[in-house]
Design a protein around this ligand. Sequence first.
Ligand SMILES: [Zn+2]
Length: 115
Amino acid sequence: MHELGVARNILEIVQQSVPEDRFASVKWIRIRIGRLSGVVPDSLEFCFSALLSETKMQQAGLIMENEPIVSLCKDCGHQFTVEDFAFTCPSCNSANLELLSGRELEIVDIELADD
Ligand SMILES: [Zn+2]
């Protein structure tokens, strides 16, 4: 399952970023998921909590920010959010587009509780 691999990667990065004696203090892990990343948020959350339950971070929550798909039309310069995966420029109907965002899959922030 794709999401399980992604969840493992996120957990590895968190474990490398936070000192081991602070694992139990991790409150929130905030990630950004582009709509083109191919990740199903519900499925990712499920895999991630399953992995967390085997660590000292089982109390941590996952906050997911969904990043819209933003394109730039190379013909008329119009910048727009792609809805329903319709990859044509709403202004001039061109399909000559550059993808500006939507593929992100990254950790934005890790929040620890105060001691
Ligand atoms: Zn255009």
